[in-house]
Ligand binder design. Structure first.
Ligand SMILES: Nc1ncnc2c1ncn2[C@@H]1O[C@H](COP(=O)(O)OP(=O)(O)OP(=O)(O)O)[C@@H](O)[C@H]1O
Ligand SMILES: O=P(O)(O)OC[C@H]1O[C@H](OP(=O)(O)OP(=O)(O)O)[C@H](O)[C@@H]1O
Ligand SMILES: O=C(O)c1cccnc1
Ligand SMILES: [Mg+2]
Length: 556
C-alpha cells in the first residue's frame, strides 16, 4: 500500500501454526452473509464485534486467555486464493454474481482493527477478550476462525492453570497427552497452552521444536517387558562419569548391589527375588543414559521388584559417579506407593551413607486430574512430578468454552442482542475496559465504559454497576487502573501495534496474573465470583437501548 508516495512497511508475520487455518476454515453462513451484505451494498459498512464468553469453565471463577497470537498470525496473512474462490463459486448458489467473487479476490485485513486483552491474562465473563472493527463482510468472515482459535486455547490453558493450582507451585507438571488428544491440532494446541497455563514441560517432541517448550519423558512398560533377563545384555561396559576408568561389567555390579540390598536387615521380608526382565531393562536403560536414569517401576510389582531393582541400578551408577534421576509410578495407590518409595530411598541413604539418595525424584501418572491430585494432597504423598494426559488435553471436565462474537456497533450505531435469558443479552457499543485494583494489590473489579467516557482515575471514586441487576452496584476507589484492550492490529488507524510476546513471556504473565488474584476467587469449592461491571453511563445507555429495541407485549 502506498501512503504519501512511500511504500508502507508492513511487518512480515508468519501464518498460524497450523496451515489448515485459512480463509475457508469458517462456517458456510459467513460466506452466504458476506454475499448478502455485498448484494445489499452493505459489505463496506464499518462494524464492531466483541468476542467474549459468558461463564467461566470447570465450575471456576476465572479463565486464562489463550489464542490471541494465532489470531493475529491468521489475519496478517488473510487472503482468499484463486483456488478457494473457485471452490466457493462451485458451492454457493449459481445465482451469486461474479462481482462478489471479484470482491472476495481483493479482500485482506488491512482495514481491520483488533483490540485485545494480552494473551495469558486472567479474564472474566462478558468483558471482551477482543474487539474487532472493520468492513462488516470481512469481520464476519473472521468470526469462526477467531472463535476456533480462542475457545480451545483458553479452555486448555485454564485447565492447566487449575491443575497447577491443586498440585502446588513446588511440583513439576508434565503434559503427556499427545496420544489421547483430539487429533494432531488438539495435541499441539494442548502442549502450547498447557505450558502457558503453568505446566513445566511436555512429552510432545514437535511442540518442543515448534515452541521451544522443554521436553521430558521416561519410558514405557513395553521397554521393561521387552527384556527377558540380564543375560541378554552384551555391551556391559560403562565408563566412570569422570572418564578416569571403566567398569567392564556393569551388569555384575548391579547384581552385586541387588544382593547387598537383599541382605539389608531393615528390608528383610519386603522383597526376595525380583523380576529379571525388569532388572535387565533398568540396567540397559542406565547403560544408555547413565546421566539421566529414570525407571518405570510398576510393570510387575512396585514394592517387591521395581523399587529394589531401581535402587540396585542407581547404586551401581553411584559407584561410577553418576546420579540417578528417579522413578515413575503409573498404577496402584499413588499416595501409598510414593510414601513407600520415599521410605525405601531414605533407608538406603542411611544404610549406605549416600547423601541425597532419599530425595530421589518420584513421578506419578495414570489418569490424573484435579480430583485425584486433590485426593493425593489430602492423603499425603511423596510425588515430585505429575505426568498428566487425558484429563488435561481433552478437557474432560468441560468440553468447550463458550466464547461468542457479537455485533455491538455498525456505522457508529450501537447494537444490542436481546434474549429471554438476561445473561445472554449483549452489551452494546464500542467500549473501553479497565481492571481496577484495590488497596491490597488484588484486582477488585473489571469495568466497561463507553468509548468516549473519561477513564477511571486512581484514588477517585467510581460507581461500578452490574450490567443487568439494578440493585447490584458498588463504589470503588482504585489504587491502580489498567486499561485492558490494547491495539494488536491497527488496520489503517495509524495506531501503534502492540508486539506479540514470546510464549515464555505469555506464560510468565499468566503465572503472575494467577498469583495476583484474591484467593477466594481461585478456590475449587464455591469460589467467589469476580465482579464485572459497567459504568453508570453505560448502564443507563444499555437499558435505554434495551427498552427501545424490545417489542412491547400485548395481553389479551
Ligand atoms: N491414593 C489415591 N487416591 C485417589 N486416587 C488415586 C490414588 N492413587 C491412584 N489414584 C487414581 O485411581 C485410579 C486407579 O486406576 P485403576 O483403577 O484403573 O487402577 P490402576 O492402578 O491403573 O490399575 P492397573 O494396575 O490395572 O493399571 C487412577 O485414576 C489414579 O489416578
Ligand atoms: O493417564 P493419562 O493422564 O492419560 O497420561 C498418559 C498415560 O499414557 C501412558 O499410558 P499408556 O498409553 O501406556 O496406557 P495405559 O493407560 O495402559 O497406562 C502413560 O503411562 C500414562 O498412564
Ligand atoms: O515419557 C513418559 O513417561 C510418557 C509420555 C507420554 C505418555 N505417557 C508417559
Ligand atoms: Mg495409564
Amino acid at each position: 500500500m502506498e501512503i504519501n508516495g512511500e511504500m508502507e512497511q508492513r511487518p512480515v508475520i508468519d501464518g498460524p501454526t497450523n496451515p489448515v487455518v485459512s480463509s475457508l476454515l469458517s462456517d458456510m453462513y459467513q460466506f452466504t452473509m458476506a454475499y448478502a451484505y455485498w448484494k445489499a451494498g452493505k459489505h463496506l459498512e464499518r462494524a464492531v464485534f466483541d468476542l467474549f464468553f459468558r461463564k467461566n469453565p470447570f465450575g471456576g471463577e476465572y479463565t486464562v486467555f489463550g489464542g490471541l497470537g494465532e489470531c493475529i498470525h491468521f489475519i496478517a496473512n488473510f487472503k482468499i486464493t484463486e483456488d478457494e474462490i473457485s471452490f466457493l463459486r462451485s458451492t454457493l448458489p449459481s445465482s451469486c454474481e461474479d462481482g462478489f467473487f471479484d470482491y472476495l479476490r481483493g479482500i485482506d485485513c488491512s482495514d481491520v482493527e483488533v483490540y485485545a486483552i494480552s494473551e495469558g491474562s486472567v479474564v472474566f465473563p462478558r468483558i471482551p477478550l477482543m474487539r474487532v472493527e472493520g468492513p462488516i463482510a470481512v469481520v464476519q468472515l473472521l468470526e469462526t476462525p477467531f472463535l476456533n482459535l480462542i475457545n480451545y486455547a483458553s479452555l486448555v490453558a485454564t485447565n492447566a492453570a487449575r491443575h497447577r493450582f491443586v498440585a502446588g507451585k513446588s511440583k513439576t507438571l508434565l503434559e503427556f497427552g499427545l496420544r489421547r488428544a483430539q487429533g494432531p491440532d488438539g495435541a499441539i494446541s494442548a502442549s502450547k497452552y498447557s505450558y502457558i497455563g503453568g505446566f513445566d514441560a511436555t512429552s510432545n517432541v514437535l511442540a518442543g521444536k515448534l515452541f521451544g517448550i522443554p521436553l521430558r519423558g521416561t519410558h514405557s512398560h513395553a521397554f521393561v517387558s521387552s527384556f527377558m533377563s540380564p543375560d541378554e545384555i552384551t555391551a556391559k561396559t560403562l565408563p566412570h562419569s569422570n572418564g578416569s576408568d571403566s567398569c567392564d561389567d556393569f551388569v555384575s555390579l548391579v547384581q552385586t548391589w541387588l544382593s547387598k540390598l537383599q541382605s539389608v536387615e531393615s528390608f528383610r521380608g519386603s522383597f526376595s527375588e525380583t523380576s529379571q526382565s525388569e532388572l535387565a531393562a533398568f540396567t540397559s536403560y542406565a547403560l544408555a543414559f547413565p546421566n539421566n536414569f529414570l525407571a518405570l517401576v510398576d510393570t510387575y510389582d512396585v514394592i517387591r521388584s521395581g523399587l529394589p531393582n531401581f535402587c540396585a541400578v542407581a547404586l551401581a551408577l553411584h559407584d561410577l559417579g553418576y546420579k540417578a534421576n528417579g522413578i515413575r509410578l503409573d498404577s496402584g495407590d499413588l499416595a501409598y506407593l510414593s510414601v513407600e518409595a520415599r521410605k525405601f530411598f531414605c533407608a538406603i541413604e542411611k544404610e549406605f551413607q549416600i547423601p541425597s539418595f532419599g530425595r530421589m525424584a518420584i513421578t506419578a501418572s495414570n489418569d490424573l486430574n484435579e480430583e485425584t491430585l486433590d485426593a493425593l494432597n489430602k492423603q499425603g504423598h511423596e510425588v515430585n512430578a505429575f505426568g498428566i494426559g487425558t484429563h488435561l488435553v481433552t478437557c474432560y471436565a468441560q468440553a468447550a468454552l463458550g466464547c461468542v462474537f457479537k455485533l455491538v456497533e455498525i456505522n457508529d450505531q450501537p447494537r444490542i442482542k436481546l434474549s429471554e435469558d438476561v445473561t445472554k443479552v449483549s452489551i452494546p457499543c464500542k467500549k473501553r475496559c479497565y481492571r481496577l485494583y484495590g488497596r491490597e494489590g488484588y484486582p477488585l473489579v473489571d469495568i466497561m465504559t463507553g468509548e468516549n467516557e473519561p477513564p477511571p482515575k486512581v484514588a477517585e471514586r467510581i460507581l461500578c454497576r452490574h450490567p443487568f441487576n439494578e440493585s447490584k452496584r458498588a463504589y470503588v476507589v482504585p489504587q491502580q487502573v489498567e486499561e485492558l484492550l490494547k491495539c494488536y492490529w491497527p488496520g489503517n488507524s495509524g495506531k501503534e501495534r502492540e508486539p506479540l510476546p514470546t510464549l515464555e513471556k505469555i506464560r510468565e504473565k499468566c503465572i503472575n496474573h494467577l498469583n495476583q488474584m484474591r484467593p477466594d476467587h481461585m478456590r475449587r469449592l464455591n469460589p467467589t465470583p469476580y465482579k464485572v461491571s459497567v459504568s453508570a453511563q453505560l448502564y443507563d445507555f444499555i437499558h435505554l437501548l434495551w427498552l427501545s429495541e424490545a417489542p412491547v407485549g400485548e395481553l389479551q
